[in-house]
Design a protein around this ligand. Structure first.
Ligand code: UDP
Length: 243
């Protein structure tokens, strides 16, 4: 598969349709597979977080979840086909005609958020088969793992916060035995109606970051990752390597 390297972080150069097709192919794989959605913030964090870097680089599918990644890749002459956000990939799987009977588990968000997201999804996509929900603020890993195993989902969507979700899934992937697990960040907040996604026209202007800065000002520190990402990409250290 076509891979693009962002400061040492491997990202698959796929369209949304290609990513979705790949997820369905992974469902019949013999061992549990992890899908991640690297964005500029995670690329910056991964520079000093080796565990996160290794998890992303060894995941079965890594979709580029940031429009700045698309722009930068074009400028650097190795263009990404498009941005593939976690929420778009998740919804495309749910809407796919291939998903017949696909058993889905929703994990993450504050108490009540995953349940509300499940209700909203079932209202919009009556054929959906959600076999379980669980909030993301649990303390007892073993209890949650048992619950997920009992529900036997085909796909586990987990939004436990960037960094934690990748590590938690990676650590428990084998034990969970779920064919495909995918990180989704704050997607359940959006599907449940807790948070609004930037309107399409704002996304089209590449200023979703500005929308989030205005609507969630307490994220300003996290958004400093964007200039750091640009710095990393345009002034790479020799040791970081690229291909
Ligand atoms: N979250 C969680 N458990 C935690 C920390 C965060 O379930 O211990 C959830 C949080 O409620 C929210 C999501 O993780 O739904 C936010 O993830 P992230 O910050 O990666 O998402 P982004 O806002 O960047 O999409």
């Amino acid at each position: 598969m076509n891979i693009i390297n962002f400061a040492g972080i491997k990202v698959d150069n796929v369209t949304l349709a290609e990513a979705s097709a790949r997820v369905f192919a992974l469902l019949s794989s013999t061992k549990p597979q992890l899908i991640v959605t690297p964005n500029p913030e995670m690329i910056v964090t991964s520079q000093s977080d080796k565990e996160l870097k290794e998890i992303i680089n060894s995941a079965a599918l890594r979709v580029p979840d940031g429009i700045s990644m698309v722009v930068v890749s074009k400028i650097l002459g190795k263009p990404l086909k498009e941005r593939v956000s976690g929420i778009d990939l998740m919804l495309s799987i749910i809407k796919s005609p291939l998903k017949k009977g696909l058993k889905i588990f929703l994990l993450g968000g504050k108490p009540g958020v995953a349940e509300k997201a499940a209700v909203n999804l079932a209202r919009k996509y009556p054929a959906i088969n959600i076999v379980g929900t669980q909030d993301g603020y649990f303390k007892d890993d073993a209890k949650i793992i048992e619950e997920i195993k009992k529900a036997q989902p085909d796909i586990l969507f987990a939004g436990l916060g960037a960094g934690r979700q990748e590590k938690w899934l990676n650590r428990h992937l084998k034990e969970l035995g779920v064919p495909v697990s995918m990180t989704i960040g704050g997607t359940l907040d959006v599907i449940s109606g807790q948070k609004k996604r930037a309107p399409k026209w704002i996304q089209a202007l590449y200023i979703e970051w500005l929308y989030r800065l205005i609507t969630e000002p307490n994220r300003w520190k996290r958004q400093l990752a964007l200039p750091q990402f640009l710095w990393l990409m345009f002034f790479p250290k020799k040791s970081r390597g690229s291909d």
